[in-house]
Design a protein around this ligand. Sequence first.
Ligand code: AHR
Length: 851
Amino acid sequence: MKKNLTAALMVWLSLMPLLGNEPDSAYLFAYATTKNAGHNGLHYAWSTNGQDWQSIGPEYRWMGCDYGAWGSQKRMLTPYLYLDQEGAWHSVWSVNEQDPVIAHTTSKDLIYWKVQRYPEVASGQCLLPTISRSGNTYTLSWLTEGQAWYTSTSDFKAYTPAKAAGAAQRADARQTVTIRGEAQTGTVHKVAWTTISNLLTSWQATSFKSQLHAERITDDATRFAQLKPLEVTVTVDTNRGKAISDQLMGIFFEDISYAADGGLYAELVQNRGFEYTPADHRGWNSQTAWTLSKTSGSFTIDTVKPIHINNKHYAVLEATSTGVGLVNDGFDGIALEQGESYRFSLFARAAKGYKGKLKVSLLDEQGTVVAQAVTKNLNDAWKQQTLTLKASKTLTKGHLEVALEKPGTVHLDMVSLFPVNTFKGRRNGLRADLAQVIADLHPRFVRFPGGCVAHGNGLHNMYRWKNTIGPLEARVPQPNIWNYHQTAGLGYFEYFQFCEDIGAEPLPVVPAGVPCQNSSHGGAGQQGGIPLCEMDDYIQEVLDLIEWANGDVKTTWGRKRAEAGHPNPFNLKYLGVGNEDLISDVFEERFTMIFKAVKEKYPKIVVVGTAGPFNEGSDYTEGWRIGTELGVPMLDEHYYQSPGWFMNNQDFYDRYDRNKSKVYLGEYAAHIPGRRNTIETALAEAIYLTALERNADIVQFSSYAPLLAKEGHTNWNPDLIYFNNTEIKPTVGYYVQQLFGQHAGDRYYPSLLTLSNPDEAVRKRVGASVVTDSRSGDVIVKLVNILPVSTKTTVNLTGLNVPEGDASVSVLQGRPDDRNAKPSTSTLRVGNSFPVELPAYSLTVIRIKKD
Ligand code: AHR
C-alpha cells in the first residue's frame, strides 16, 4: 500500500508545473500516424529547436474523428492545424479515401475540441485539406485528383468550390519531421512554452486517471495482502436529510441481442410476415426460417395482392399431393410445455380455386405431432383464422407446420403462435417468465425502444412510433440496427401496457430528427438530419404521441389508443428526445425545434434531452450547454466504464450544479476485458449506486444497459439478464439492481464513514447509503465492501428512532470473478446502533421495518 502511495505522490509531483529554466517558447507539431488505418486521431509532439521532437503521450489521441460508422471507420487522415488571429485553433482533415467532405473543428487550448463539422465541399476525395481565416471568412483548400480547389465560407454551411490557379498555389504548410525514429507529416507551430506545458500536464493527469481507472478488484487480494482487519463506523446525520427521487431505479429496454423479437415478445414464429430481407441480415430473405415439408409442392413469395401495403410479402404454397406444408423453425426452435395451450393465427386465402382447410401441427424434432388442429375452409379473400393448440409434450426445439389438406394453392401471411399464458395473459403479449424477472426488479420507469434502435441506422431507419401501433398486419417492419429484423409486434401500445402492468412510468425516446451517430447509411452518419422542410411533420408526429398516450378518446390519437383497447389515458409524463446523439449543429437545430414545440403544447411533459455517449468530450459538454441554455428539465447521460472508473468517480454527481437540468443516467455498466458480468462489475456498480442515491436530488432516473440478451444472439456484453427459449439467467449485476430497486427510498440521510485504516484505496472500496421510504416508513441501509477482507461495521442511526428488533438483511457476496452468486436473506438484531459484519466483496442491504 505504501508503494501505491509513493507512486501516486510521484505522479502528483510530476503534475506540478516546471519551475526554473523553461524556455519562453517552443515548437509544437500536430500530426496523425497511419497506424490502425488512420483511426488513432490527432497527436502532438514538441521541440525546443525544431529538430529533436518529443511526442506527448505516444499514439495518444488528443482528438478523434467522429465521422462515419462505428469504431474503426472513424478516421483522421492528414490533419492540418491552424491558429487564427483570434487565438482559436482550427483542425481540418480528410475522413477517408472517398468522401467529398472536409472535417473541421476548433479548440481554444488544443485539449478540448469542439463539435466537428463535415462540410461537403467537393465530389471525390478531399486530399490534404487546409484552412485559413481572414476576418470572419474562412478559406478551405484541398486537392481532388491532382487539381487544387478552394472555397470560402463564414458559417461552414454554404460553399462554392472554385479551382485554384494551380496545385502549386495551394498553401500546404505540412512538414515532415522524425519522431522516435519515424518520419511523420504534419504542421509545425511556434507556441508559448505554457501551451506545451499545459499539454504535458493534461497528458500526465490523463495518465494518472487511466492508472486509477485500470484498478481491478481481481487484483485486490494481492494489493491488500497486508491489510489488517478493518473496522468501520457509519454514523448517520439526521439533521441533513434530503428528499431524493423515488424513481431512481428503472430499466433500459432495447431490442438488442434479440431482446424483443425472439425474446420478450412472446411470438414463437420467426419471420411470420415473410418480410425478412437481406437488409435485416446478410443472406436473409422472405423465406428465412421457413421450409417446405415435402418435395411434392412449391413455396414461393408474392407481393401482388397483400393483406396490407405495409406487409407486402406473402407465401404462395402449392401442393401436388396431400400434406404439403410450410414448416417454421421458430427462433432457435419453438419451446413448448406439456399441457400448455398456444394461440395460433394466420391470414390465408385460397388461390386457383382451392377448396379446403389447413392442418396446423406442432411437431417435435423427429416430426412427431404434439398438437394439431384444422382451420375452417379458406375462401378467395384474405381472412384471419385462429386456433388453440394444446401441447402433449414438453419440447425445447419444436416446429410449427401449416399444411394443405389436399392438392392446391394457398396464400399465407402473418402466421403466428403465442403461448396463451403470456405475462398478465395479454393478447400479442410478452413472455411471462422474462417479463416477471423484469418486474421483480421493481423498476420505477421503463425506457424504450432503445438505445440505438430509437434513432436507427440512417434517417430511413428511425423508430417511428406510428409504424408500431394498430393491427399487426398493418405495422411497418424494418431492419433492426443490431443486424436482425424488427416486426414492430412489440410496439408502442405493448410497451405502454407493459409499463402499466408493472407499475412503471413509461419513458419513450423519440429520435431528435437525426439518426444514430454511428450509422452506416447516409455516408456521414448522423451529420444527416430530417430535412428542415419536413420537420413540421416530424414535430407533429412527436406531439401526436403525447395525444395518443394522454388524449381524451375524442381526440384523433386518443381514439386510436381507445380502439386498441385502452380508453383510459396512459398518463405519460416523460419524453426522451434523442439518444446519445452527436451534438452537432444539425442536432441542435432539430432538437431545439422539437423541445420548444413540446414545451409549448404540453408544458407538463418532462422532456429528457441527451448529453452524448460518454461522460466527457464534446457531445457531453455541448449536450449540457444546450440543455442549460434551453432549460431542458432532464438530460440523459451514458457511460460504460471500468470498475476502477466507478470506484474512483463516486463524487461524479456531487460536483453537479443543483440548479441545472436533472440527470437521467440512462445507460451505464462496468466493463472488464472479456465483457462479463461478475461480482467485480456488480460491486463497482453497487458502490456507484450508493453515490447515485446520495445524489438522487438531481439524478432522477438511472438504468443499467442493456437489459436483455438471448444466448447465441448477443450483440453486446455484458447484459443484465441472459436467456434462451426455456431458461432465464439473471446475472450478479441483476441482483444489485434488484436489491436497490426493491429497497429504494425517497429520503436520503448523509452518513459519516470512519475507517480504522484511512488509506484512500481502502476508503473508496467501502460505501454506505441510508434512506427512508415514506410509503412503508422503513429505514434502509446499504453497505458495500469491495475489500478482500470482511469489516466489522457499527451502524449508528441515532435520530432515526430505530426500534430494537429484527431487520431483514440481504447479502450478495462472492469472489471478484464469480458470475453465479445470488443474494441470501436472513435477519439481524438492530436498534439505534448495531454491529454488522460485512463479508469480503459484498453488498449488504438492511431493511428495518417501522414497527
Ligand atoms: O446499450 C447498448 C447501446 O449502447 C445502445 O443502443 C446505445 O445507445 C449505446 O451505444
